[in-house]
Ligand binder design. Structure first.
Ligand SMILES: C[S@@+](CC[C@H](N)C(=O)[O-])C[C@H]1O[C@@H](n2cnc3c(N)ncnc32)[C@H](O)[C@@H]1O
Length: 341
Protein backbone atom coordinates (compact mmCIF):
# COMPACT_ATOMS: atom_id res chain seq x y z
CA UNK A 1 0.00 0.00 0.00
CA UNK A 2 1.15 3.54 -0.76
CA UNK A 3 0.75 6.81 1.09
CA UNK A 4 0.15 9.71 -1.31
CA UNK A 5 0.62 13.21 0.05
CA UNK A 6 -1.90 15.30 -1.82
CA UNK A 7 -1.60 18.87 -3.01
CA UNK A 8 -4.12 21.18 -1.40
CA UNK A 9 -5.40 22.81 -4.59
CA UNK A 10 -8.30 20.43 -5.32
CA UNK A 11 -8.67 17.58 -2.84
CA UNK A 12 -11.56 15.82 -4.61
CA UNK A 13 -9.72 15.79 -7.92
CA UNK A 14 -6.48 14.58 -6.33
CA UNK A 15 -8.37 11.73 -4.62
CA UNK A 16 -10.11 10.81 -7.88
CA UNK A 17 -6.74 10.67 -9.61
CA UNK A 18 -5.35 8.46 -6.84
CA UNK A 19 -8.38 6.18 -7.15
CA UNK A 20 -8.06 6.03 -10.94
CA UNK A 21 -4.42 4.92 -10.92
CA UNK A 22 -4.78 2.43 -8.07
CA UNK A 23 -7.31 1.18 -5.57
CA UNK A 24 -8.20 3.86 -3.07
CA UNK A 25 -8.30 2.44 0.45
CA UNK A 26 -8.73 5.59 2.51
CA UNK A 27 -8.29 9.33 2.32
CA UNK A 28 -8.32 12.41 4.48
CA UNK A 29 -7.07 15.95 4.48
CA UNK A 30 -3.75 15.96 2.63
CA UNK A 31 -3.38 12.23 2.01
CA UNK A 32 -4.71 9.11 0.32
CA UNK A 33 -3.86 5.46 0.89
CA UNK A 34 -3.79 3.54 -2.36
CA UNK A 35 -3.14 -0.07 -3.24
CA UNK A 36 -0.90 -0.75 -6.25
CA UNK A 37 -0.84 2.57 -8.09
CA UNK A 38 0.12 2.21 -11.79
CA UNK A 39 1.77 5.60 -11.84
CA UNK A 40 3.54 7.33 -9.01
CA UNK A 41 6.04 9.98 -10.09
CA UNK A 42 3.60 11.13 -12.75
CA UNK A 43 0.65 12.06 -10.56
CA UNK A 44 -0.59 15.63 -10.84
CA UNK A 45 -2.46 15.89 -7.56
CA UNK A 46 0.21 14.45 -5.23
CA UNK A 47 3.48 15.90 -3.99
CA UNK A 48 5.09 12.62 -3.11
CA UNK A 49 4.52 8.89 -2.81
CA UNK A 50 5.70 6.68 0.04
CA UNK A 51 5.44 3.01 0.85
CA UNK A 52 2.94 2.95 3.69
CA UNK A 53 4.55 1.62 6.87
CA UNK A 54 1.75 1.92 9.39
CA UNK A 55 -0.13 4.31 11.63
CA UNK A 56 -0.86 5.06 15.23
CA UNK A 57 -3.93 3.65 16.93
CA UNK A 58 -7.11 5.67 16.50
CA UNK A 59 -8.10 8.59 18.64
CA UNK A 60 -5.00 10.72 19.04
CA UNK A 61 -5.50 14.43 19.42
CA UNK A 62 -4.20 17.22 17.28
CA UNK A 63 -7.23 18.29 15.29
CA UNK A 64 -10.01 18.30 17.84
CA UNK A 65 -11.81 21.45 18.83
CA UNK A 66 -9.75 23.52 21.20
CA UNK A 67 -7.56 20.60 22.08
CA UNK A 68 -4.30 21.99 20.88
CA UNK A 69 -2.41 24.31 23.10
CA UNK A 70 -4.65 23.76 26.11
CA UNK A 71 -1.72 22.32 27.93
CA UNK A 72 1.71 21.03 27.02
CA UNK A 73 0.62 17.54 27.99
CA UNK A 74 -2.64 17.73 26.01
CA UNK A 75 -3.32 16.49 22.53
CA UNK A 76 -0.08 17.79 21.05
CA UNK A 77 1.87 15.52 23.36
CA UNK A 78 -0.58 12.69 22.69
CA UNK A 79 -0.01 13.02 18.97
CA UNK A 80 3.74 12.97 19.36
CA UNK A 81 3.45 10.00 21.73
CA UNK A 82 1.30 8.14 19.22
CA UNK A 83 3.78 8.85 16.42
CA UNK A 84 6.68 7.62 18.53
CA UNK A 85 4.79 4.50 19.52
CA UNK A 86 3.84 3.79 15.91
CA UNK A 87 7.47 4.26 14.85
CA UNK A 88 8.67 1.83 17.54
CA UNK A 89 6.32 -0.83 16.24
CA UNK A 90 7.65 -0.70 12.68
CA UNK A 91 10.01 -3.33 11.32
CA UNK A 92 11.55 -0.89 8.83
CA UNK A 93 15.21 -1.26 7.89
CA UNK A 94 17.23 1.44 6.13
CA UNK A 95 19.68 1.30 3.23
CA UNK A 96 22.06 3.58 5.11
CA UNK A 97 21.35 6.94 6.66
CA UNK A 98 17.86 8.32 7.17
CA UNK A 99 15.91 11.48 7.97
CA UNK A 100 12.36 11.94 9.24
CA UNK A 101 10.20 14.59 7.62
CA UNK A 102 6.77 15.45 8.96
CA UNK A 103 3.74 17.25 7.63
CA UNK A 104 0.98 18.34 9.98
CA UNK A 105 -2.40 19.24 8.45
CA UNK A 106 -4.41 21.53 10.67
CA UNK A 107 -3.61 21.92 14.34
CA UNK A 108 -1.06 19.69 16.01
CA UNK A 109 2.55 19.53 17.04
CA UNK A 110 5.23 21.32 15.07
CA UNK A 111 6.82 19.34 12.26
CA UNK A 112 10.25 19.95 13.74
CA UNK A 113 9.27 18.44 17.09
CA UNK A 114 7.69 15.40 15.44
CA UNK A 115 10.75 14.88 13.27
CA UNK A 116 13.07 15.09 16.27
CA UNK A 117 11.08 12.68 18.42
CA UNK A 118 10.28 10.11 15.75
CA UNK A 119 13.85 10.39 14.48
CA UNK A 120 15.00 9.47 17.98
CA UNK A 121 13.32 6.08 17.62
CA UNK A 122 15.13 5.18 14.40
CA UNK A 123 18.43 6.72 15.50
CA UNK A 124 18.94 3.58 17.59
CA UNK A 125 19.14 1.57 14.33
CA UNK A 126 20.61 3.87 11.68
CA UNK A 127 22.60 7.05 11.15
CA UNK A 128 20.75 10.36 10.86
CA UNK A 129 21.62 12.52 7.85
CA UNK A 130 19.37 15.52 7.47
CA UNK A 131 21.05 16.84 4.30
CA UNK A 132 21.25 13.85 2.02
CA UNK A 133 19.71 10.79 3.64
CA UNK A 134 19.52 7.43 1.86
CA UNK A 135 15.97 6.99 3.14
CA UNK A 136 13.29 9.43 4.21
CA UNK A 137 10.58 8.48 6.69
CA UNK A 138 7.45 10.56 6.15
CA UNK A 139 5.11 11.31 9.04
CA UNK A 140 1.70 12.71 8.13
CA UNK A 141 -0.62 14.01 10.84
CA UNK A 142 -4.17 14.63 9.71
CA UNK A 143 -7.57 14.59 11.37
CA UNK A 144 -6.41 12.64 14.39
CA UNK A 145 -4.36 10.10 12.45
CA UNK A 146 -0.61 9.67 12.36
CA UNK A 147 0.54 7.87 9.21
CA UNK A 148 4.09 6.76 8.48
CA UNK A 149 5.70 5.96 5.15
CA UNK A 150 9.05 5.36 3.51
CA UNK A 151 9.43 7.83 0.66
CA UNK A 152 9.51 6.32 -2.82
CA UNK A 153 9.58 9.50 -4.89
CA UNK A 154 8.51 13.05 -5.27
CA UNK A 155 6.26 13.69 -8.25
CA UNK A 156 7.66 15.30 -11.38
CA UNK A 157 6.12 18.74 -11.52
CA UNK A 158 5.33 20.73 -14.64
CA UNK A 159 8.25 23.11 -15.04
CA UNK A 160 8.37 24.86 -18.40
CA UNK A 161 4.91 23.69 -19.49
CA UNK A 162 2.64 26.47 -18.23
CA UNK A 163 0.38 27.47 -21.13
CA UNK A 164 2.18 30.81 -21.60
CA UNK A 165 5.58 29.08 -21.72
CA UNK A 166 4.58 26.85 -24.62
CA UNK A 167 5.52 27.81 -28.18
CA UNK A 168 1.81 27.92 -29.09
CA UNK A 169 -0.49 29.63 -26.60
CA UNK A 170 -4.12 30.79 -26.62
CA UNK A 171 -6.11 32.25 -23.73
CA UNK A 172 -8.29 29.62 -22.06
CA UNK A 173 -5.66 26.88 -22.26
CA UNK A 174 -5.73 24.39 -19.42
CA UNK A 175 -2.93 24.17 -16.87
CA UNK A 176 -0.66 21.14 -17.32
CA UNK A 177 -1.51 19.96 -13.80
CA UNK A 178 -5.24 19.83 -14.56
CA UNK A 179 -4.57 18.29 -17.98
CA UNK A 180 -2.40 15.56 -16.39
CA UNK A 181 -4.94 14.86 -13.64
CA UNK A 182 -7.76 14.49 -16.18
CA UNK A 183 -5.63 12.34 -18.47
CA UNK A 184 -4.72 10.07 -15.54
CA UNK A 185 -8.37 9.88 -14.42
CA UNK A 186 -9.36 8.85 -17.95
CA UNK A 187 -6.54 6.27 -18.02
CA UNK A 188 -4.49 7.88 -20.80
CA UNK A 189 -1.09 6.45 -19.86
CA UNK A 190 1.15 3.43 -20.50
CA UNK A 191 0.14 2.66 -24.09
CA UNK A 192 -3.56 3.57 -23.81
CA UNK A 193 -5.00 5.62 -26.68
CA UNK A 194 -6.38 8.93 -25.41
CA UNK A 195 -8.54 11.11 -27.65
CA UNK A 196 -9.15 14.84 -27.22
CA UNK A 197 -11.61 15.84 -29.97
CA UNK A 198 -11.44 19.57 -29.07
CA UNK A 199 -7.74 19.68 -28.31
CA UNK A 200 -7.08 23.42 -28.63
CA UNK A 201 -3.40 24.00 -27.89
CA UNK A 202 -2.94 20.30 -27.12
CA UNK A 203 -2.37 20.52 -23.35
CA UNK A 204 -4.13 17.24 -22.55
CA UNK A 205 -2.41 15.46 -25.44
CA UNK A 206 1.03 16.61 -24.26
CA UNK A 207 0.40 15.41 -20.69
CA UNK A 208 -0.92 12.05 -21.86
CA UNK A 209 1.95 11.52 -24.31
CA UNK A 210 4.49 12.32 -21.57
CA UNK A 211 3.18 9.41 -19.48
CA UNK A 212 3.13 6.95 -22.37
CA UNK A 213 -0.36 7.61 -23.72
CA UNK A 214 -1.00 7.36 -27.46
CA UNK A 215 -2.42 10.82 -28.01
CA UNK A 216 -5.02 11.43 -30.73
CA UNK A 217 -6.39 14.95 -31.10
CA UNK A 218 -8.72 16.91 -33.30
CA UNK A 219 -10.10 20.43 -33.43
CA UNK A 220 -12.42 22.32 -35.77
CA UNK A 221 -9.79 25.05 -36.05
CA UNK A 222 -6.81 24.40 -38.33
CA UNK A 223 -4.82 27.01 -36.42
CA UNK A 224 -5.35 25.07 -33.17
CA UNK A 225 -4.35 21.77 -34.74
CA UNK A 226 -1.17 23.27 -36.19
CA UNK A 227 -0.42 24.88 -32.83
CA UNK A 228 -1.04 21.65 -30.93
CA UNK A 229 1.36 19.95 -33.35
CA UNK A 230 4.05 22.53 -32.51
CA UNK A 231 3.51 21.94 -28.78
CA UNK A 232 3.62 18.16 -29.16
CA UNK A 233 6.85 18.51 -31.13
CA UNK A 234 8.36 20.70 -28.42
CA UNK A 235 7.51 18.49 -25.45
CA UNK A 236 6.97 14.96 -26.81
CA UNK A 237 9.09 14.65 -29.98
CA UNK A 238 5.93 15.06 -32.07
CA UNK A 239 4.31 11.88 -30.78
CA UNK A 240 0.57 12.04 -31.42
CA UNK A 241 -1.94 11.93 -34.27
CA UNK A 242 -3.87 15.07 -35.14
CA UNK A 243 -6.73 15.94 -37.46
CA UNK A 244 -8.78 19.00 -38.35
CA UNK A 245 -12.45 18.21 -37.99
CA UNK A 246 -15.76 18.68 -36.26
CA UNK A 247 -15.97 16.79 -32.97
CA UNK A 248 -19.54 15.83 -33.87
CA UNK A 249 -18.39 13.57 -36.68
CA UNK A 250 -15.07 12.02 -35.80
CA UNK A 251 -12.96 10.23 -38.43
CA UNK A 252 -12.56 7.25 -36.11
CA UNK A 253 -14.01 3.73 -35.98
CA UNK A 254 -16.41 2.54 -33.31
CA UNK A 255 -14.67 1.53 -30.05
CA UNK A 256 -11.28 2.49 -31.49
CA UNK A 257 -9.87 4.51 -28.56
CA UNK A 258 -9.37 3.57 -24.91
CA UNK A 259 -10.41 6.84 -23.31
CA UNK A 260 -11.02 10.52 -23.93
CA UNK A 261 -10.74 13.92 -22.31
CA UNK A 262 -12.54 16.88 -23.78
CA UNK A 263 -12.56 20.50 -22.74
CA UNK A 264 -15.62 21.96 -24.44
CA UNK A 265 -15.78 25.58 -25.58
CA UNK A 266 -16.93 27.95 -22.84
CA UNK A 267 -16.29 31.50 -21.77
CA UNK A 268 -16.16 34.46 -24.11
CA UNK A 269 -12.77 33.62 -25.58
CA UNK A 270 -13.83 30.22 -26.88
CA UNK A 271 -15.24 29.70 -30.36
CA UNK A 272 -18.00 27.10 -30.82
CA UNK A 273 -18.10 25.61 -34.30
CA UNK A 274 -21.40 24.30 -35.65
CA UNK A 275 -24.20 25.54 -33.40
CA UNK A 276 -24.99 26.36 -29.79
CA UNK A 277 -22.64 25.20 -27.05
CA UNK A 278 -25.36 22.77 -25.86
CA UNK A 279 -25.95 21.16 -29.24
CA UNK A 280 -22.21 20.84 -29.90
CA UNK A 281 -21.73 19.27 -26.45
CA UNK A 282 -24.47 16.72 -27.21
CA UNK A 283 -22.99 15.94 -30.63
CA UNK A 284 -19.44 15.55 -29.34
CA UNK A 285 -20.45 13.40 -26.36
CA UNK A 286 -22.52 11.22 -28.70
CA UNK A 287 -19.47 10.66 -30.86
CA UNK A 288 -17.29 9.90 -27.83
CA UNK A 289 -19.83 7.31 -26.73
CA UNK A 290 -19.37 5.65 -30.14
CA UNK A 291 -15.56 5.76 -30.49
CA UNK A 292 -14.50 4.97 -26.90
CA UNK A 293 -14.32 1.25 -26.17
CA UNK A 294 -16.67 -0.37 -23.64
CA UNK A 295 -15.85 0.54 -20.04
CA UNK A 296 -13.40 3.21 -21.24
CA UNK A 297 -13.51 6.49 -19.34
CA UNK A 298 -14.40 9.88 -20.75
CA UNK A 299 -13.71 13.08 -18.85
CA UNK A 300 -15.68 16.10 -20.07
CA UNK A 301 -15.10 19.67 -18.94
CA UNK A 302 -17.43 22.63 -19.36
CA UNK A 303 -18.64 25.64 -17.40
CA UNK A 304 -21.96 23.92 -16.67
CA UNK A 305 -22.81 20.40 -15.60
CA UNK A 306 -23.02 17.95 -18.50
CA UNK A 307 -24.63 15.09 -16.57
CA UNK A 308 -28.00 15.17 -18.34
CA UNK A 309 -26.51 15.58 -21.79
CA UNK A 310 -24.08 12.73 -21.11
CA UNK A 311 -26.85 10.39 -19.92
CA UNK A 312 -29.01 11.24 -22.91
CA UNK A 313 -26.34 9.96 -25.32
CA UNK A 314 -25.65 6.72 -23.42
CA UNK A 315 -23.11 7.49 -20.69
CA UNK A 316 -23.24 6.76 -16.99
CA UNK A 317 -21.88 9.55 -14.77
CA UNK A 318 -19.34 8.01 -12.39
CA UNK A 319 -17.89 11.13 -10.76
CA UNK A 320 -18.11 14.92 -10.86
CA UNK A 321 -15.92 17.79 -9.60
CA UNK A 322 -15.58 21.51 -9.68
CA UNK A 323 -12.42 23.44 -10.48
CA UNK A 324 -12.60 27.13 -9.67
CA UNK A 325 -10.67 29.15 -12.24
CA UNK A 326 -11.60 32.65 -11.07
CA UNK A 327 -14.55 34.55 -9.62
CA UNK A 328 -16.72 34.23 -12.69
CA UNK A 329 -15.58 30.85 -14.03
CA UNK A 330 -15.78 27.46 -12.38
CA UNK A 331 -15.09 24.42 -14.52
CA UNK A 332 -17.49 21.51 -14.09
CA UNK A 333 -15.87 18.17 -14.72
CA UNK A 334 -17.75 14.91 -15.22
CA UNK A 335 -16.24 11.44 -15.44
CA UNK A 336 -18.27 9.18 -17.70
CA UNK A 337 -18.37 5.56 -18.67
CA UNK A 338 -20.31 3.96 -21.52
CA UNK A 339 -23.53 2.54 -20.07
CA UNK A 340 -24.06 -1.20 -20.59
CA UNK A 341 -26.75 -1.90 -23.18
C1 LIG B 1 -11.85 25.26 -24.36
S1 LIG B 1 -11.02 25.07 -25.89
C2 LIG B 1 -9.92 23.74 -25.57
C3 LIG B 1 -8.71 24.23 -24.86
C4 LIG B 1 -7.69 23.17 -24.63
N1 LIG B 1 -8.07 22.27 -23.55
C5 LIG B 1 -6.34 23.79 -24.33
O1 LIG B 1 -5.80 23.56 -23.23
O2 LIG B 1 -5.83 24.51 -25.16
C6 LIG B 1 -12.24 24.36 -26.92
C7 LIG B 1 -11.78 24.03 -28.33
O3 LIG B 1 -12.88 23.48 -29.05
C8 LIG B 1 -12.73 23.82 -30.40
N2 LIG B 1 -14.04 23.62 -31.06
C9 LIG B 1 -15.13 24.43 -31.03
N3 LIG B 1 -16.15 23.85 -31.68
C10 LIG B 1 -15.70 22.65 -32.14
C11 LIG B 1 -16.29 21.57 -32.86
N4 LIG B 1 -17.56 21.62 -33.26
N5 LIG B 1 -15.53 20.49 -33.13
C12 LIG B 1 -14.23 20.42 -32.73
N6 LIG B 1 -13.62 21.41 -32.06
C13 LIG B 1 -14.35 22.51 -31.75
C14 LIG B 1 -12.21 25.23 -30.39
O4 LIG B 1 -11.53 25.53 -31.59
C15 LIG B 1 -11.28 25.20 -29.16
O5 LIG B 1 -9.96 24.95 -29.56
Amino acid sequence: MYLLELKGSNHALAVAEADAVGELVDEGRGYALVREPDVTRRLAGSHRVSRFLGESGAGVGGSGEGAVGESAGGSVEETIGAAVEAARGLGVSFDGSFAVRARVHGDGPSSAELERRVGGVFAERARVDLDSPDDVVRVVVSEGRVLLGLEVCETEGFEGRAPTEKPFFKPGSMSPALARALSNIAGGYDGATLLDPMCGTGGVLVESALVGGRAVGGDASREMVEGARVNLREFCDGVGELFVGDGRSLPLDDSSVDCAVTDLPYGRASHVEGGSAESVARGVLGELCRVVRDSGRVVAVSDGWLDETARSVGFEVVDRFEDRVHRSLTRRIVVLSVRDA
